[in-house]
Design a protein around this ligand. Structure first.
Ligand SMILES: Nc1ncnc2c1ncn2[C@@H]1O[C@H](COP(=O)(O)OP(=O)(O)OP(=O)(O)O)[C@@H](O)[C@H]1O
Ligand SMILES: [Mg+2]
Length: 246
């Protein structure tokens, strides 16, 4: 069974004359354990797809199902035990006055775990930070370390599906590779499924098995990474995107 089924998804913001149709008729599936990329120009609707899956974009129609369960308008708390999101900007996504220990501890508490101390310790090790970072605040961390905390927080509920919205594009190039390698290892070790937005086709080529190319709210082509590597895209827009990336 697929981990994620998106069927003729439309997402919009606003009403009447102010309405913006951000995603139009998107259809794709992601198998359990697969890593699926979303690429395309700025404003093409990539983040909106992730936000709609997470329940952060309330105006949508069509079908979305996670692990065979259709999503309704409201996400039950249990949903976030299965699906977690990592955002582009770890500065914005971490509360400045909450220590790493608080961030992880509160997330674990929220999800009903009892052995919080042991789990915080384990999570910090799992993301390559270790205990010396446990009582630090976001401003005492580098961008890469902060993104590791955001990843640890996403892993805390033991999710199966991670939605990654440009998880490394706010970071220095040298740090990007470290975080991408961490994500590769975590997927392998935990059998996670990824949907990953990226501007960078080489990142998607490294991280994903398949990808969808978006333009103006629509998926214009879905291809395997082999097609990406061989530059054999069919749609003119995908071809121009690939050509621009070499
Ligand atoms: N909260 C919102 N209210 C109104 N319009 C929005 C909102 N969020 C996104 N949009 C619009 O929806 C469209 C898709 O935006 P989205 O953020 O999904 O693009 P994107 O592909 O992620 O772009 P980028 O690569 O720049 O992150 C854009 O036209 C954007 O202006
Ligand atoms: Mg975006």
């Amino acid at each position: 069974m697929s981990m994620l089924d998106i069927n003729d998804l439309n997402v919009w913001f606003g009403h009447g004359r102010d309405r913006v149709d951000a995603v139009k008729g998107a259809t794709f599936t992601v198998a359990r354990g697969e890593s699926f990329g979303l690429v395309g120009e700025s404003g093409s609707g990539k983040s909106t797809i992730l936000r709609a899956i997470s329940g952060l974009a309330p105006l949508w129609s069509g079908g979305m199902a996670v692990d065979g369960t259709a999503l309704s308008k409201q996400r039950p708390k249990a949903f976030y035990k299965t699906v977690q999101m990592v955002f582009q900007d770890p500065y914005a996504s971490l509360h400045p006055r909450h220590s790493v220990d608080q961030v992880l501890g509160e997330t674990l508490h929220l999800h009903g775990f009892g052995d919080i101390d042991a789990r915080v310790v384990k999570l910090l090790d799992d993301v390559g930070l270790g205990q010396k970072f446990r009582f630090r605040y976001p401003h005492q961390l580098s961008g890469g370390q902060r993104q590791r905390v955001a990843i640890a927080r996403a892993l805390a509920p033991e999710p199966e599906l991670l939605l990654l919205d440009e998880p490394t594009s706010a970071l220095d190039v040298s740090v990007q590779a470290e975080i991408l390698n961490l994500l590769v290892d975590l997927r392998r070790d935990r059998g996670l499924t990824y949907v990953m937005v990226s501007h960078d086709l080489s990142v998607v080529g490294h991280m994903c098995e398949r990808l969808a190319v978006m333009q103006n709210g629509q998926i214009v082509e879905i291809m395997g990474v082999e097609t990406l590597r061989k530059m054999e895209a069919k749609h003119p827009y995908s071809q121009s995107l690939l050509a621009a990336s070499v």
